[in-house]
Design a protein around this ligand. Structure first.
Ligand code: AMP
Ligand code: MG
Length: 397
């Protein structure tokens, strides 16, 4: 059976990035930059004071308790024309430009006013103290944000700081989600024998949004080929299509056949992984299509391990989830050559992470995804693991 790594390589294979659009700064949050953002100015623009205090030249502070005449006030928001002459001080506010001739700012706390127009410096100060230099945050011409960066609070602030009113961002991929299964009913319906409420529309839509896409739920198609085809056609203009369920070996698993009649070129079916084994992947035209197994946990894990990386690649983002190494608190039984993805809860004690399974790990046990901090990845060649063995855990942040 196809190894997980090879399957992922096929999925990422010939993915081209999405197109881009301009958005105003107020709409840029959680979008992904499609440009390198370059600063047009030094930030700060000019040297300025980091404290409320007195602008001085440290060369003048010979003795302790030096007294200096205060020859002016530098306020915020204006440029300063006056030059500080030797032996003088100027009152200065936080953020106000440093006058020529000044090389240090003595904080107010370290001074006392002797009489009107005379300040006494109570503490020795080195040159360069409490001065914020032009360009110490950002240099003119510097790339401050790289293409492929997800715009969060700090990035919004940086865009504003370098004077951007809008940003060039990748279009959000539209991900169509079609549910199959004659047993599936809407969440609002009463449970009856043989029926199961639709979980995957909601968990998959949540995942699509979480990773920057626009979910397009196509509803529940049942298991008849005609209905499948009708609903599938509605997803053909999307950027990615996901069909949930109907890709296993069951008598009514018609998804792959239905897809084929729409021109589906399947690249693989079945991957040596658990959960998620019967996943199918291919293309209709240029659109990537995933047939994800219907079990709610399989569906989520195969999304996280295959669809999420593809979505990252579509917007030039880093593909791998952050990983940590943890010590097992629960033993793991493994007797096959598949890659296992186990849901774990993490705790951190004595400078180490410990991972415990989130209860039973069956692919229908949705509870195992609740309170899950990460996914422990057990490689193909690993065998059963004991308490205290090391595992790699992907952080699903
Ligand atoms: P399938 O992949 O179609 O063979 O489905 C595998 C299992 O997942 C079956 O027990 C289905 O009832 C269940 N299942 C499939 N789709 C969903 C869904 N949307 N919500 C909840 N359970 C589902
Ligand atoms: Mg089914």
């Amino acid at each position: 059976m196809l190894k997980f790594r090879q399957a992922l390589k096929i999925v990422l294979g010939d993915t081209k990035p999405m197109g881009w659009e301009w958005v105003s700064l107020s709409r840029a949050h959680r979008r992904v930059l499609a440009e390198d953002v370059i600063a047009q100015n030094n930030i700060p623009y000019t040297d300025n004071s980091a404290m409320d205090g007195y602008a001085v030249n440290t060369g003048d502070l010979k003795s302790a308790l030096q007294e200096l005449p205060v020859v002016g006030v530098v306020a915020c928001g204006k440029s300063v024309n006056k030059r500080l002459k030797r032996g003088e001080a100027m009152a200065i506010m936080t953020g106000a430009p440093i006058p020529a001739g000044c090389n240090s700012v003595v904080p107010v706390e370290d001074t006392e006013v002797v009489s009107s127009g005379i300040v006494r410096i109570l503490r020795k100060i080195e040159p360069g103290k409490n001065v914020r230099y032009s360009g110490e945050d950002v240099r003119k011409g510097e790339v401050v944000l790289n293409r492929g960066t997800a715009v969060g609070a700090a990035e919004l602030g940086m865009l504003a700081s370098v004077g951007r009113k809008r940003a060039r961002v990748f279009q959000k991929p539209v991900v169509a989600i079609l549910i199959t299964g004659n047993e599936i009913i809407e969440p609002g319906e009463r449970l009856r024998p043989g029926k199961v409420r639709d979980i995957n529309t909601f968990s998959l839509c949540g995942l699509v949004e979480k990773f920057g896409g626009v979910p397009l739920p196509l509803g529940i198609a049942g298991d008849e080929k005609v209905k499948l085809l009708r609903k599938m056609r509605k997803g053909l203009n999307s950027d990615v299509m996901i069909i949930s369920g109907g890709v296993s070996m069951g008598k009514f698993d018609f998804v792959r056949a239905a897809l084929t009649s729409l021109g589906y070129r399947e690249r693989f079916w079945k991957v040596a992984m658990k959960p998620g084994m019967p996943i199918s992947f291919g293309h209709i035209g240029r659109m990537p299509v995933f047939g994800l197994p219907g079990n709610p946990v399989s569906s989520m894990i195969s999304f996280l391990e295959f669809v999420r990386p593809l979505m990252m690649k579509l917007v030039d983002r880093a593909i791998d989830l952050p990983e940590i190494s943890a010590l097992l608190k629960t033993p793991i039984v493994k007797k096959d050559n598949k890659r296992h993805f186990l849901r774990v809860k993490l705790d951190y004690r004595n400078h180490r992470y410990f991972a415990s399974l989130t209860g039973p790990q069956g692919s229908g046990i949705l509870k195992s995804m609740i309170e899950c901090d990460g996914i422990a990845v057990i490689p193909e060649n690993a065998e059963s693991l004991k308490v205290g063995d090391r595992v790699t855990v992907q952080l699903v942040v």
